[in-house]
Design a binder for this molecule. Sequence first.
Ligand SMILES: N[C@@H](CCC(=O)N[C@@H](CS)C(=O)NCC(=O)O)C(=O)O
Length: 230
Amino acid sequence: MTIQLYELAGKDDRRFSPYCWRARMALEHKGLDYETVPVRFTDKDLIAFSGQERVPVVRDGDNVVSDSWDIAEYLERQYPDKASLFGGGVGHGLARFLNVWTDRVMHLALIKLVIADILAHVDEADRDYFIESRTARLGEPPEEIQTRSEDDVRAMVHAVSTVKAALGSNNFLAGNAPAYGDYILFGAFAWSRSISDFQLLKTDDPVYAWRERMLDLFNGMPRNAVGYDV
Ligand SMILES: N[C@@H](CCC(=O)N[C@@H](CS)C(=O)NCC(=O)O)C(=O)O
């Protein structure tokens, strides 16, 4: 039976959730048949069956899993004969670190550079909800957060330089081939690219080359998603 991935969608079918990108890449990596179900922020009734209010949600027959990390663990457990997402216990632990680092450091840096750009791309029905919920969560309205101050740009440069150091001469964070750690980080870049033309990476940066390799995976599925060519 085809797996369903409930995924955040904006105007023009833009898929701009970093967490949903993690789940989408994990499904691709496993080579599983899946279809995506677009969900707007305010479509809470569509995912009510999952018992919570956030996407991604995966429905696999009778199994319902939410939270991108739990989804990755579920897929690894449920489909052990398909390509491994973590490469064993050690890789699982290290990916967990990257999950937390990306959520807390990379996403925070990114929010300050592109959060207001989301406004032009959310469905009209979501606009007020997005502004109100993010203002309550972050303490300021999106337009006041996205000033792209020198400090904010420097925080991103620092985060990118950390990735560059970790990448070293490898093609992927996981080594010669991509694994879940790459998908975690890629989610941040896929999010940015889907709603903003802000140039996060210089074209001569090895992290840019890594992102290019990620965009080409799975027959170019990520590159073909609606977004800016930056
Ligand atoms: N820790 C969760 C975070 C999921 C999450 O925050 N998803 C956002 C979309 S990026 C969401 O559904 N937000 C709903 C809302 O703000 O109402 C994960 O890794 O999946």
